[in-house]
Design a protein around this ligand. Sequence first.
Ligand code: ADP
Length: 157
Amino acid sequence: MILTRLRCAKVLQLTLAVIKPDAVAQPLLLEALHRKILENNFIIVRRKDLIWKRSDSERFYAEHKGRFFYQRLVEFMSSGPMRAYILAKEDAVSHWRELMGPTKVYRARYTSPKTIRAQYGLTDTRNTTHGSDSSESAEREIAFFFPEFSVQHWLEM
Ligand code: ADP
């Protein structure tokens, strides 16, 4: 399914953005990241605060099973509250990824110092935010975080 719909002659794309436990634990940072979403003209379609069980974390990051950071990642992502958003915008997937910056915090600081991960990331694992990396991932990840949300219904609204 292609996650786009026409609004005011613009093609809106959906993406899944997550503020990870390291950032949610800092209320001022959480607020700053929320503001950043609005300042960058994303439409907040849905928002949810949640805490993962370890099994949720394992399922979501199954593709990384066996990597050296997997256990650390799974533990971290189920260590405290997170905030998830369904965001809509033209090219939402790539815009949110651009704002986040590279996965690795120290690389981000070197190559793209103004990005979220460069500015606020603590380590390569505790890197403040998640964003879908394609429209297909967005569809899967939205269903994971928001099983009650119907993309089809939203596209037809
Ligand atoms: P991204 O979140 O940028 O899409 P990946 O899907 O490759 O990156 O990795 C998922 C998450 O796993 C990262 O956001 C980060 O928290 C963690 N991670 C990835 N690579 C490393 C690494 N080399 N060392 C530690 N943690 C990592």
